[in-house]
Design a binder for this molecule. Structure first.
Ligand code: PNS
Length: 161
């Protein structure tokens, strides 16, 4: 069984994330989607909310495991016995950060390989940060996020509707 770790903040999960998950499953037998629990970062959704939004969005696919992690990604990968990290790459602007992160992770653990998938052409402009901003300012997020996330965003920002 080839399993990869797909880590991220997922605050909130977007169609871009879901597309990488579905396409990742064409290459890997299973994916462990790992939601970072980062107390230093202000998030819109709690980690528990993000995990349950992801769970609803992937519809209990048995090939997908949802987990949370704190601290170093490489340590979590070691605990899980997984040595491949999957990341989506949207545009040139993502490259530098991802390049640094992949190399830092490999420096920390030579066994860790990071695999990048180019985000689909329909999703390359979507980021969780912009989705949060658009929702906060009363814009329409349909088509950017799955319906359950859209509903959760509407509940977070009811005054804007
Ligand atoms: O969705 P994001 O915010 O781009 O995901 C970033 C994430 C969670 C993959 C990254 O911040 C991470 O792995 N954090 C854990 C801390 C860590 O391992 N840092 C050292 C590598 S730079």
């Amino acid at each position: 069984m080839r399993i990869a770790l797909y880590p991220g903040s997922f605050d909130p999960p977007t169609h871009g994330h879901l597309s990488i998950i579905q396409r990742g499953l064409r290459i890997f037998d299973g994916l462990t989607v790992a939601v970072l629990r980062n107390p230093a970062k202000d998030s819109l959704f709690t980690v528990e909310e993000r995990v349950s939004l992801l769970r609803e969005a992937v519809k209990d696919d048995p090939r997908i495991q949802l987990k949370t992690f704190t601290g170093l990604l490489v340590k979590f990968a070691q605990q899980e016995g997984v040595n491949t990290v999957l990341r989506g790459l949207r545009a040139v602007s993502d490259f530098e950060y991802e390049f640094q992160m992949a190399n830092m992770n490999r420096k920390l653990d030579r066994e860790i390989e990071t695999l990048f998938m180019m985000t689909g052409e329909d999703y390359f402009y979507i980021s969780s940060r912009f989705v949060r901003d658009v929702a906060r300012l009363g814009g329409d997020v349909a088509g950017l996020v799955p319906p359950n996330v859209q509903k959760a965003l509407e509940q977070k920002f009811p005054q804007k509707r």
